[in-house]
Design a protein around this ligand. Structure first.
Ligand code: PLP
Length: 485
């Protein structure tokens, strides 16, 4: 037995090694509204709902009441009429998984004789959750290459639609590039073919409705059949809550799992889990009640000002540039290829250097697509309202870190690659098991990771390794982190 105070002290010591969740210093993973009152409200609501089990809203009707309000709020925000219904899920990935499962089940019902796996069409910038969904629900992921600026052409996506495709996904916006996909064109083409079209607004769902100058992308658009929007991102709720809305009850019901075919209680699960916490739902409910439409509009206006400032800040840094023309609060920065190499700022060296200034932006490896074109390696910035206060510091840090790395070439993993090739892992034919992967990671100096570790070399290696090898190494890295010592 350990005293409760000591247990909490231990947790505090553990937490001290974490990257800061508040203050805007970490420009990914966390979404700080900058308002302590919202965090306090969320905590209080989460505590009130803590003992509940979301498994059965007939026993705990407060769960259904909060879900009704949240779905109603999201439906109004996304211009859905009364025919739009949906569910609160445990997060973005779960919403995406369920959107795919629903479309697949409807497709199977429409194609009773089909023997082949249906396709899932997305831009290659669509969130990785859709690859996961394709794997879990037995669809063939059909990725349409993007231009190096992160945009995907409507004609390219439309060209892949067809009777054997269960779903096309468009993003609002895509996380890695910040680009808004050509939603209206693709959704209309999907509708003409009687296909499902999901808008993944997990990232932008609670921002774009108030963002200036965004073309219609929600339920106003003909052909959009479902939309996911995360409350634990720009809804400012703690992690574990998202909404998935469908056009039409029939579609929504296809999301459910129900069975009476066992000796226990009748099971009806709208989402993937059975028993589930109601705390994130309650926290999200409380925040949406408190903020309402005007509250979100105000917070979004703040992010839009931050985005304009960050873009002009990057424009003023020689050798660095913003990828494409992002719509919303995701910005990717890349080296400016229009200036000579000695003047370029490598985004991964910049991300490493920024850590010394107390800021963390997210490394994204370059990505070679199916047609051979490459989306360049970049650094991602998620912009949040709290940053408005920290802009002068962020500006100074970005400029100083850029100055410190300008002209330095991208990290070169050639030696490591040669070593991996010599060991037979260069062409993807051989994939290391746990022990070999761990040895390779230590050889690469990546056996231990911390929140402040330079990542440029590891990212360069990931980019060049065959995907199955890189994936095995990263799996090992993460698995070892939580293995008991
Ligand atoms: C566009 C988009 N879709 C889906 C997801 C997955 O969300 P989660 O991490 O909540 O599972 C994300 C996460 O960043 C996202 O940006």
């Amino acid at each position: 037995m350990t005293e409760a105070a000591e247990v909490l002290e231990r947790l505090q010591t553990l937490r001290a090694a974490d990257a800061p969740t508040h203050g805007g210093r970490v420009l990914s993973y966390v979404y700080d509204s900058g308002r302590d009152d919202l965090d306090e409200l969320a905590d209080a609501a989460a505590t009130l709902a803590r003992p509940l089990n979301g498994l059965d809203p007939t026993v705990f009707p407060s769960i259904a009441a909060m879900e009704r309000d949240l779905v109603g709020f999201a439906r109004r925000m996304l211009h859905g009429g009364r025919s739009v219904v949906g569910s609160v899920t445990g997060g973005g990935t779960e919403s995406c998984l369920l959107a795919v499962k629903t479309a697949r089940d409807l497709w199977r019902a429409q194609h009773p004789g089909a023997t082949a796996r249906p396709r899932l069409v997305t831009a290659s910038s669509a969130h990785a959750a859709f690859q996961k969904a394709a794997g879990l629900f037995d669809l063939e992921w059909d990725a349409v290459p993007c231009a190096p600026d992160g945009t995907v052409r409507a004609t390219e996506l439309i060209g892949r639609l067809g009777d054997d495709a269960a779903l096309v996904v468009v993003s609002a916006p895509a996380y890695p590039t910040g680009a808004l996909d050509p939603i209206a064109e693709v959704a209309a083409a999907a509708a003409d073919r009687g296909m499902s079209c999901h808008v993944d607004a997990c990232f932008g769902g609670f921002v774009l409705p108030w963002w200036p100058g965004v073309p219609a992308w929600d339920f106003r658009v003909r052909g959009v059949t479902s939309i996911s929007a995360d409350l634990h991102k720009f809804g400012y709720a703690p992690k574990g809550v998202s909404v998935l809305l469908h056009r039409g009850r029939r579609r929504h019901r296809a999301q459910f799992f129900a069975t009476t075919r066992w000796p226990g209680y009748p099971v009806v699960n709208p989402t993937l889990l059975g028993s589930r916490s109601a705390s994130p739902l309650a926290a999200a409910w409380a925040i949406t009640q408190r903020l309402g439409d005007p509250g979100y509009a105000e917070l979004t206006a703040s992010i839009a000002r931050v985005a304009a400032e960050v873009r002009s800040l990057v424009d003023g840094i020689r050798g660095l540039t913003v990828m494409g023309d992002p719509a919303g609060p995701a910005i990717a920065v890349v080296a400016d290829e229009s200036v000579p190499p000695r003047e370029r700022v490598d985004p991964h060296r910049l991300a490493d250097a920024l850590m010394a200034h107390g800021w963390k932006i997210q490394h994204q490896p370059g990505f070679r697509q199916a047609d051979g074109t490459r989306i360049p390696h970049s650094a991602h910035l998620t912009l949040t309202p709290v940053l408005e206060r920290g802009m002068p510091e962020l500006g100074a840090a970005l400029r100083a870190a850029s100055d410190s790395v300008r002209g330095a070439p991208p990290a070169d993993p050639r030696m490591l690659l040669a070593a991996l090739r010599a060991l037979g892992y260069g062409d993807g034919g051989r994939v290391p098991g746990p022990a070999a992967a761990w040895r390779l990671l230590r050889l690469a100096g990546a056996g231990r990771v911390s929140a402040t570790q330079p990542m440029a070399l590891l990212m360069a290696l990931i980019e060049r390794l065959p995907a199955p090898v890189a994936e095995a190494l990263l799996t090992e890295l993460l698995a070892r982190l939580s293995e008991p010592r």
